[in-house]
Structures are given as C-alpha cells and as structure tokens.
Write a protein that binds this ligand. Structure first.
Ligand code: LAC
Ligand code: ZN
Length: 466
C-alpha cells in the first residue's frame, strides 16, 4: 500500500487528528462485514470533532489522497472498504449525543453514536428511534445515514431517511455543509439532506444529524408462524397485507436460514423442522386490538398451510425470538463461504421472487439460504459455496447472481434493497439505472467532489478500482 506523504501526516497531526499508521493496528480498517475482502489503508484518521473532519479532508484534498469514510464497519456491500488505498476516515470518536429535544421529539447526535444508543437515549424520554438493522448494537448512525439502512421495523416506519431532518456534513474540500434542521417541513431549495442519505460516503462525510423520534408504542406482540415451504410463507405475507393488517415488522426465513441459525441458537420446536417461518411484530396502544390482529393473522396462516402460531407477550420472550431472526446473517456466514444478493421487488411479487431465487440457485447447482424483510419485498438471497472448489464456486456464483438480478429487474425490482451498491454490487447498477440517470448521478458526484477523493471505486464501475 502506497504510504501517505510525510507532510500530509504532519499536517493531520498538527490539526490534532488521531492517526493510526501501524500495519497491525490498521488491519481492522481494511475490512467490513462483506464476505472476505481485505484492503488495508495506508493510514486511518480518527477525528473527534467536525473541525477535525474538516481538517482531515482539507489535507486529503490538497494531496489528492483517497478517503474512505467508515462507521463501525458492519456494512454488507463493501462501502467502507478503502479499495483505492489512502486514508480511512473513521467516525468512531464522533460519539456524543448532543441533545434531545422532548418538545420537538428530535435528537442531535454525532455520526459515531451506535443506533442502539440513539434508541436508548430516546427511550429515556418515552420516545424511540424506529430503524433497527440487525447490527443495531454496534452499527453507527453515520453509516446508517450513508447507506439509508433499514431493519424489520421499516415495514411500518420506513427506512433511516424518514427520520433524518438535518445534517452537519463535510465536503471533500473540507467545507462545512449544513442541511435541513429541526423543522418538520422545509422546501427551501433542493433537498440536500435526502440526497446525502444513501449516498454511500461518495458525496460528503456526515459528522452529525438531527433525527426525528416517535412515542414508544405502549404494547408489542411478537408472532412466529411456521410454514411447510417458503412459497406458502410468501403467500401468507401477501394475504396478511391484503386483509388490512399493518404489522411493525414482517420477516421471512427459509429452511436453510432456519437450519443455519439453528446451528448457533436453540430454536422453538415448531421451527426446528419448518420449511420457512414468518416473524411478525405488532405494536400499538391497545393490547386487545393487538390480540385481535394476532387472531386475524393466525387465520391467514392457517389458510396458507401454516402450523401453530407462537405468540410472545413477555418482552424477554420477544427478545429471545427476535435474537433468532437477528442471528441469521452471522449464522449463514459461519456455515459457508457465501455471496449475498440483496434483492428487492414490489411486495406483491415476493412469491415470484422466492420462486426465482430457488430456480436460479438450482439452475446453477448452488445451495441458497433466503431470508429478509418480507414486508418490503426485500429478500437476502445468500448463495452458498458449500464444498465447491474455489474456481467452480466463483464461476457459478457470478453467473447465478447476474441471472438472479435480471429476473429481479424483470419483476420490477432492484439490485439492492438496503445494503447499498458499494463495492460489490457496482456491476449491477446499470440494470436499474438508465443512461440519463447515471449521467445525472455522475454530475452530482462531480459537483460535490470534483477531485474524486471521497470513497473512490464505489457505486459506479468506471472509477479507480484501486
Ligand atoms: C439482516 C441484514 C443482513 O436482514 O440486513 O439480517
Ligand atoms: Zn436485512
């Protein structure tokens, strides 16, 4: 890896920015949670204030050093990988909660605060922060904003972007950009806040954000529905929504996903042999209304060949069940080398998507583990290497993934629902973005970052590949 110029390092030190330059200590900045990639950077800068982020970017800009912004490194599309070398800009020391405004139900947080800590601070005021990625205990709000992350509760509450009211961000040249604020409505000028949400660290570095909070629902109910096959579970999803239910979460797991997580956690007997399962959360004010909802959903399950529904009212039981759902990604990873396709289709096409995933895996002779956010039509299709030799695996994997995304796009879907394009999905972006769309996206990139130092090699295929 090419070392950074000595005067760049000296300038960063003079600005008081904590630096990591030791090879062994840099190892942790060279990977995220995406498969087995390793791209150690030349150095990592860990600024502790917005002024230090500005100083870091001013130096990087002057020396044309590539900068890969990084939260906790829990991403699943390689968005934080420093593929072009240079500098990792880690936001972990930007970890202050600046203030919570009860009357406006907003919270001001720095980028390095974990999502769980944002929610815990909100809970103390009787409020909550709904987005709940599986990694919520460790992932950071800045990374969630960069990726527009989501989790089970996006079913009812929407993804991260719905909760971002304002940003304090730093441009590639070090200038400070404030967007939005605490206003619930604001149509003055272009909506730069929402442009930066989901921009994957390629347009600016988010230093802090003002987030919208909601009152904590008084009651929650968790339902787990076993099914003989993924197809029947997918049909049940369609019927649950068609019959006027609005769960807070509605998640789907196939047999292979259940088997993988069953290898790391104890499953309730009803799930141990199931072909698929749905995990639902109902929330609201009135416990009787939730129980009536649970009965309606149990009736749907029965019509779709489902087994007996597990209902958890006690918070500890609920947490135990959700641990199973949240543990799937880790469990699949431990089971086999894998490649994840983060497919998404309009919800009513979920059953078609499930069939397409099975067909494609079978056609390429691969095992697949499928799970995800059924309510959003967002299925993580994990292709598994199993015992295949590396060359054979890579050839089948690449062909299967392209085949799958072509089928997904034909169903009206897209090439990533929530994990981002990042490094691993770039070749698929042209399947959904037209020439005009890519032209505008590249022009935006050039307007924000003319020298192309921010997260190069991400999103588009024709930038420096490191
Ligand atoms: C999940 C992560 C992988 O849904 O997005 O568990
Ligand atoms: Zn997910």
């Amino acid at each position: 890896m090419r070392a950074l110029p000595a005067d760049a390092l000296a300038a960063l030190r003079a600005a008081g920015v904590e630096l990591v330059t030791d090879g062994a200590l840099l190892e942790r900045f060279g990977h995220d949670e995406t498969e087995g990639f390793r791209f150690p950077p030349a150095a990592a800068a860990l600024p502790a204030s917005t002024a230090q982020i500005q100083a870091t970017l001013r130096v990087a800009s002057r020396h044309r050093i590539p900068v890969a912004p990084r939260g906790a490194g829990t991403g699943l599309s390689g968005g934080a990988l420093p593929v072009a070398g240079g500098l990792v800009l880690g936001l972990e020391r930007m970890n202050r909660i600046r203030g919570l405004d009860r009357r406006n139900a907003t919270i001001d947080v720095e980028a390095g605060v974990t999502v769980a800590a944002v929610d815990a601070a909100a809970n103390e005021a009787g409020l909550f922060y709904p987005p709940d990625p599986a990694s919520r205990e460790s992932c950071q709000i800045g990374g969630n904003i960069a990726e527009d992350s989501a989790g089970p509760r996006s079913c009812k509450y929407g993804t991260t972007r719905r909760f971002v009211l304002g940003l304090e961000a730093v441009l590639a040249d070090g200038s400070l950009l404030r967007t939005g604020g605490a206003n619930r409505k604001d149509v003055a000028g272009y909506n730069l806040t929402q442009l930066l949400v989901g921009s994957e660290g390629t347009l600016a570095v988010v230093a802090a954000a003002t987030l919208r909070l909601l009152p904590v629902p008084r009651e929650r109910l968790t339902l787990v529905l076993p099914f003989p096959a993924l197809e029947s579970a997918a049909s049940a999803v369609e019927e649950i929504f068609a019959t006027g239910n609005e769960p807070a979460a509605c998640e789907i797991l196939d047999h292979a996903a259940l088997a993988a997580v069953g290898g790391t956690l104890e499953l309730p007997p009803a799930l141990a042999g199931a072909g698929a399962a749905l995990f639902l959360e109902l929330d609201g004010e009135d416990p009787d209304a939730l129980l009536r909802g649970a009965e309606r959903i149990a009736a749907v399950a029965e019509r779709c060949d489902g087994g007996e529904v597990l209902v958890a009212q006690d918070p500890a039981d609920q947490r135990r069940l959700w641990r199973i759902r949240r543990g799937v990604a880790e469990a699949v990873k431990h089971r086999s080398v894998y490649k994840e396709a983060d497919t998404v289709v309009p919800r009513a096409r979920l059953a078609d998507l499930v069939r397409a995933a099975h067909d494609v895996a079978a056609a390429h002779g691969l095992e697949a583990a499928c799970y995800g956010h059924a309510a959003d039509g967002n299925l993580h299709v994990n292709l598994l290497r199993g015992a295949l030799p590396p060359d054979e695996w890579e050839a089948r994997r690449d062909a299967a993934e392209l085949d799958l995304f072509e089928r997904v796009v034909a169903l009206g879907g897209s090439v990533t629902g929530e994990h981002g394009v990042g490094w691993t999905q770039r070749r698929f972006l042209p399947l959904v973005a037209s020439g005009a769309s890519l032209r505008v996206q590249r022009a935006l990139k050039a307007a924000f970052d003319p020298a192309g130092i921010l997260n190069p090699g991400k999103v588009f295929t024709d930038e420096a590949d490191g």
